[in-house]
Design a binder for this molecule. Structure first.
Ligand code: BG6
Length: 514
């Protein structure tokens, strides 16, 4: 690639203000955890600063750790003041905001807890004029079911003059069976319209943009199929390791953590048919069709079409990085994968025969999430100065992060006497074009759940369809001999076997090394 053309908006635009949330009491289970500190509270703080929180809102954090509401506020203040997620942190805004934060000590595995919770919420309702309850379950999947049952026993699933909704943080179960069980428990107490399963990738501006790019333009849709597309490559690469979450990660691994949700969602959005309208059930109905079109693999197919890896010691950005097995809390002989690559086929009319190569991994050379749609090459080389081997395919890259945007690679005539083709890249960047990357994912999703807008949340049948694809791979891996881990060095491109998975005529993973 030797030339870049920048693409900018043709029309004047102004950023529209975000809507305001409904009034509510937001109860967070897992309030002393990482997610609350790093994402949920900074997001609520930002929403409050831009005037999107309803003045009638209170947050009640629930946890087993003994602490007062004052201590809870001070811990959250400390992390919000250091977090890049709390934009423009400012003492006076925080002081105002923290008045809405409260803490409640309790053990959600005990029956008595839910009666106390109901009483506490009753007391809170005396000072805030709302009957709406939003329960955010940010706990391990095995605890989510009992929490939902406890809420229902205490009658907290019923809107008493208001609404009662539940947000479930991923993972939704551990495999198909546990996901089905969790869905059954949830549906005994909550109507599906009141269930918000968070997959934070769906809240990213660039992920929502996939649908606008595909269905807001007549240029691309006619060629978005097996007649013109050679293969699709989806990557979610991270430089970080397990970041102190070893006990969670040892149980989860890269396939369950990233591919069973975020990456299958990217695949579904890339491959789905146009919905009849942009509305929760139409969009989710089309995504589920794609997921159902991916045939579950046999053990033989798992052996051929998947690669797993685990990082050993290495170097990232010039700094030494310990291997996964040396991380605190990880077993010395752990066979948990920190890298996964899979070749999927979507067996429907539009996509039959087109491979979707998907990879994700920790401790890779750079952070990058993107979808690369590779078109078929021209049938012949017309220009003698550019032999056929050098005729590159057109590629559309939907960049999810960090350089949010889209680029399209195509050939032009290089200036000069010869008819020599040169590939250039037309580049659209959110930051350059709009001066902003848009609303961060958790802000969008929290706001949507407080407004009852479910389009960007995963429906029960999508979750089950995702596990129907992933569970046979997990089962295949337990039957097949584990690779000799570690099989890639931190800071490298991943296991060498991943190269063979995609190798073919003009096929190969996009290089991650800078
Ligand atoms: C989470 C995973 O869902 O997504 C983490 O549990 C991962 O392991 C994170 O690091 C990646 O999110 P993002 O938005 O940084 O790509």
């Amino acid at each position: 690639m030797s030339a870049v053309i920048d693409v900018n908006p043709l029309e004047k635009f102004s950023v529209e203000p975000l809507p305001t949330a409904d009034s509510c009491l937001l109860v967070i289970f897992g309030a002393s955890g990482d997610l609350t500190r790093r994402k949920l509270i900074p997001s609520l703080y930002n929403l409050a600063c831009v005037g999107c929180m309803n003045p009638q809102f209170e947050v009640l954090g629930v946890g087993r750790t003994q602490m007062s509401s004052e201590e809870f506020r001070s811990k959250l203040r400390e992390s919000a003041s250091q977090s890049s997620d709390a934009r423009d942190f400012n003492e006076s805004h925080w002081k105002e905001f923290e008045q809405h934060l409260h803490y409640f000590v309790g053990d959600p595995s005990k029956d008595e807890f839910y009666d106390r919770l109901r009483e506490r919420l009753g007391e809170m309702r005396k000072s805030v004029s709302t009957s709406n309850h939003l329960f955010y379950v940010s706990t391990p999947a095995s605890v989510a079911g009992p929490i939902v049952e406890g809420l229902a026993r205490a009658g907290l699933n019923m809107g008493d003059g208001g609404w009662s909704r539940i947000i479930l943080e991923k993972p939704f179960g551990h495999d198909l069976k546990t996901a089905q069980e969790l869905n059954a428990v949830v549906h005994r107490s909550f109507d599906e319209k009141d269930v918000f399963r968070i997959d934070h990738y769906l809240g990213k501006e660039t992920v929502q943009n996939i649908l606008v790019f595909r269905f807001g333009n007549s240029l691309f849709e006619p060629v978005w199929n097996r007649n013109y597309i050679d293969h699709v490559e989806i990557t979610a690469a991270e430089t970080v390791g397990v970041e102190g979450r070893a006990s969670f990660y040892e149980e989860t691994g890269a396939l369950r953590d990233m591919m069973a949700n975020h990456l299958l969602q990217l695949l579904a959005l890339t491959a789905m048919e146009p919905p009849i309208e942009f509305e929760a059930d139409s969009v989710r109905g089309q995504k589920v069709q794609v997921l159902k079109s991916i045939r579950p693999m046999t053990v033989e197919e798992v052996a051929k079409r998947t690669v797993r890896g685990q990082y050993g010691p290495g170097e990232i950005d010039g700094k030494p990085v310990p291997g996964y097995r040396e991380e605190k809390g990880v077993k010395k002989d752990s066979v948990t994968e920190t890298f996964a690559a899979v070749e999927f086929y979507v067996d429907n009319w539009r996509w039959a025969g087109v491979p979707f190569y998907i990879r994700t991994g920790k401790c890779l050379p750079r952070q990058l999430s993107e979808i690369r749609v590779h078109f078929k090459r021209t049938p012949q080389a017309l220009f003698a100065a550019t032999p056929y081997e050098q005729v590159g395919p057109n590629v559309i890259t939907l960049r999810i992060q960090p350089d949010d945007g889209i680029s399209i690679a195509f050939d032009v005539k290089q200036p000069g006497d010869h008819m020599r083709a040169l590939t250039v890249d037309a580049n659209f960047s959110y930051e350059t074009a709009f001066g902003s990357k848009g609303t961060p994912a958790y802000e969008t999703l929290l706001l949507d759940s407080m407004r009852g807008e479910a389009t960007l949340f995963t429906r029960h049948d999508e979750v089950e369809a995702e596990w129907r694809i992933i569970t046979p791979i997990e089962e295949g891996w337990t039957q097949l001999p584990a690779p000799a881990f570690p099989n890639y060095a931190a800071g490298s491109e991943g296991p060498v076997e991943a190269e063979a998975l995609i190798a073919g005529d003009h096929r190969g993973w996009h290089r991650l090394s800078k």
